[in-house]
Design a protein around this ligand. Structure first.
Ligand code: GDP
Length: 194
């Protein structure tokens, strides 16, 4: 059974004025392009193709809001890290991300990273937008590509880099590793009083 009922695409926002009303609870999903964010969102929300909406040409640089039911939302951020998008990112990102970070309903940030690559400078820059009281959770995605010792090393390295700022877990949309754990974390954040 799906834990998140009636998952629906809400809106692609190019400006803060287009964000849905700041009520209920939401969690932002961010990550370097190709880290496995769309696959992670689809696995967690148990809706294949959901995050494909965010990959539709014209929507890739926008903030895509999805309703998970019960006044809960998931916000899919544009993938970052490609040089070609850097200039555009520098222009539009700060205003959009800052406005998102200021929302009362934003409980926290899921940051998706390729487990083989680990946390990068781009991820670190994103952490600067995490406000006090908001939580941070890192999904070390594509964990199926790692053997046991590489997986432990990736977890240790993430914990060292995070230095208490957030938590991290292994995740694989392909094998299903960590999907339940991620759902539990997401539900706990959304269900908390804020
Ligand atoms: P996004 O750009 O961050 O949204 O990444 P996608 O979800 O589109 O995935 C990028 C690439 O990584 C695709 O080729 C996926 O098939 C692959 N990928 C995504 N998740 C996994 C996973 O759990 N395991 C493996 N091995 N590959 C994955």
């Amino acid at each position: 059974m799906s834990r998140f009922q009636d998952v629906q695409f809400l809106i692609s926002a190019a400006a803060p004025e287009q964000f849905p009303a700041d009520a209920g609870a939401e969690v932002a999903f961010a990550g370097r392009s190709n880290a496995g964010k769309s696959s992670a969102i689809n696995a967690i929300a148990q809706r294949q193709g959901l995050a494909r909406t965010s990959k539709t040409p014209g929507r890739t640089r926008l903030l895509n809001f999805f309703a998970l039911g019960s006044g809960w939302r998931l916000v899919d951020l544009p993938g970052y890290g490609y040089a070609s998008g850097a200039a555009a990112e520098r222009k539009t990102w700060p205003a959009l991300i800052e406005a998102l970070g200021e929302r009362e309903s934003l409980r926290g940030w899921f940051v998706i990273v390729d487990a083989r690559r680990g946390l990068t400078e781009g991820d670190e820059r994103l952490f600067e937008w995490v406000r006090p009281g908001q939580r941070l959770h890192v999904l070390l995605a594509k964990a199926d590509k790692l053997n046991r010792s590489e997986a432990s090393a990736a977890l240790r390295q993430a914990a060292t880099t995070l230095a208490g700022r957030g938590t991290a877990q292994l995740f694989s949309a392909h094998s299903g590793t960590g999907v339940h754990e991620a759902q539990e974390t997401l539900s706990a954040w959304l269900g908390s009083g804020g």
